[in-house]
Every structure is written in C-alpha cells, then in structure tokens.
Design a protein around this ligand. Structure first.
Ligand SMILES: Nc1ncnc2c1ncn2[C@@H]1O[C@H](COP(=O)(O)OP(=O)(O)O)[C@@H](O)[C@H]1O
Ligand SMILES: [Mg+2]
Length: 260
C-alpha cells in the first residue's frame, strides 16, 4: 500500500485526548505519539488508561475530547473500519476471530480473494490456504498446523499468532497489541515477542502493552508510562534505564528522571 509519509516521520499523534465513563476520567488530556517504524511500549498500573487510549485510537471507543493526526493529517476515527482504513490494526487479548471458521478464512475475513468470474463469488480457497500457510510460518507457528484447521481447536498463543498474521498480511502501518502474551505459554510468548521485535524491519510501527515489564524492555524502542489517565513519562529509553526505575515511575514513587 503506497501511503504517504509525513515530513517528520510521525505516524500517529494523539493530542489532548479525554475520555470519561460517567464520573470516571479514564483519560485526562493525553498526548501520545508513534513514529514510523517505531516500537512503543505503553506501561502503567491496572486502570491507568492504557486500553482506553488504544481503544480510542482503534475506533472501538469514542473520545470525549482531543484530536488524532495520522501522517500529519487530522483523522476521523469513529469505528474499527475507519482505523483499518488509516492503517491501524489492533490485536486484543481475545482477538476477534471466528472460532468455527478455519485459520485461512479468519485471515481473510471480510477481504476474501475471489476466483473466476466476479459474479459467481467463488472464494479462492486454494490461494487463502497457501498464503495462510506461509504466514503461519512467518509468525513462528512451527508446528505444521493445516490452514484449514478451525480456530476453535487452537491454543491461545496460536490464535494470537493468527491475529498477528492478519495484521502483517494486510500491511497495517501500526499494529497495536494489548496484553497479547497474557495466558500464553513460554514458547508462544517468545513467538509474540519476536514478532514485535521484527515488526520494525518489516516496516511496521507497534504499540505494545504488556503486564510483564521485562517483556516490554526486551522489544521496544521507547517506553511511555501512564498513571491515572495521564502520561507521566513519554521518552524512556529501555537501553539506558533500569526496570526498577521504570517501576518507580509506574507506581508514582518517582515523578521524573528515570536514569537510575
Ligand atoms: N467500559 C467502561 N466503563 C466504565 N469504566 C471503564 C470502562 N472501561 C474502562 N473503565 C475505567 O477506566 C479506567 C481506565 O481503564 P483501562 O483503560 O482499562 O486501564 P488499563 O488498560 O491501563 O488497565 C479504569 O478506572 C477503568 O475502571
Ligand atoms: Mg488494559
């Protein structure tokens, strides 16, 4: 997809984002930026507002204030379809896969290739299965699972891998992963982490939310910390900061200065 590049390399800029649920201020004026080919780790305690922020960006939840710019242009993101149109794809913990359908069908859901004359509307199963097989190898499903396998019989990690494969194949510019490694086994977690680590090389940007701060340190370029609906640090370099220092920022024991 030949999308335009912004002049300063900024892919997404969220400015002054506000979101209230009744009297709960889930987001209280959040500024958040992702550059092209950048892997951003979003950290914060439970309830800090991480999921709400990415739901606003992915069109799942409407903001009550603020603006979003994609490649420098003001964006109107009112649905997940809008977000996908801007090249933003989100992989939730329980990704929206249809358990009765095969891996291949899930990969192409809503974008199935057609074989023969258009009006006969015959799905190109051969092509779907072939592409699905290649993608599964790329996202690190090493076991030879046939692409015709129903999603319902896959493990949590394998389902996650299918969702990731879908985002990769459809060339999303920004792939958002909200706690993708919860409930995954060790090998499956390594698969997800290696995907995130490699996303930059395949031209993607990523927002990675995870409970395990060590996982975040392993794969991201920059760490942003939220606390109580606000961004409290947005430029932590995992190469020069310690896990302990970042933990202090998360819990509010340090206001700024994460070089300990
Ligand atoms: N659908 C909702 N209805 C009411 N309150 C919500 C809803 N979703 C989130 N919240 C509240 O918004 C705040 C931020 O939640 P969330 O974005 O899920 O945090 P995080 O992902 O960082 O754990 C919390 O106080 C949470 O209880
Ligand atoms: Mg969350």
């Amino acid at each position: 997809m030949a999308r335009q590049h912004s002049a300063d390399g900024t892919l997404v800029r969220m400015v002054g984002i506000e979101k209230s649920y009744g009297r709960v201020r889930a987001l209280d004026g959040v500024d958040f930026t992702v550059r092209e080919r950048e892997i951003v780790g979003l950290l914060g305690d439970n309830g800090a507002g991480k999921s709400t922020l990415i739901k606003v960006l992915s069109g799942a939840v409407p903001a009550t204030g603020g603006a979003i710019y994609v490649r420098g242009e003001k964006a109107s993101i009112r649905s997940t379809t809008d977000a996908i149109g801007y090249g933003i794809e989100t992989i939730y913990q329980d990704s929206a896969l249809v358990t009765q359908l095969s891996i291949a069908r899930n990969l192409f859901l809503g974008r199935e290739p057609i074989k023969g004359p258009r009006l006969l509307n015959r799905l190109d199963h051969e092509r779907m299965n072939r592409v699905a097989g290649e993608l599964l190898r790329r996202v690190g499903i090493s076991k030879n699972i046939p692409p015709t396998t129903p999603i319902g019989s896959l493990s949590g990690g394998e389902r996650q891998a299918v969702a990731i494969a879908r985002a990769m194949y459809f060339d999303s510019d920004l792939i958002i992963l909200d706690e993708p490694t919860n409930n995954l086994g060790v090998a499956e977690t390594q698969g997800v982490l290696s995907f995130v680590r490699n996303a930059r090389d395949s031209g993607h940007s990523c927002i990675f939310i995870a409970h395990n701060i060590h996982h975040v340190f392993q794969v991201v370029d920059r760490i942003v910390v939220m606390r109580r609906g606000r961004v409290v640090a947005d430029d932590i370099d995992p190469k020069t900061s310690s896990v302990e220092a970042v933990e202090r920022v998360i819990t509010g024991m340090t206001e700024a200065g994460v070089h300990a």
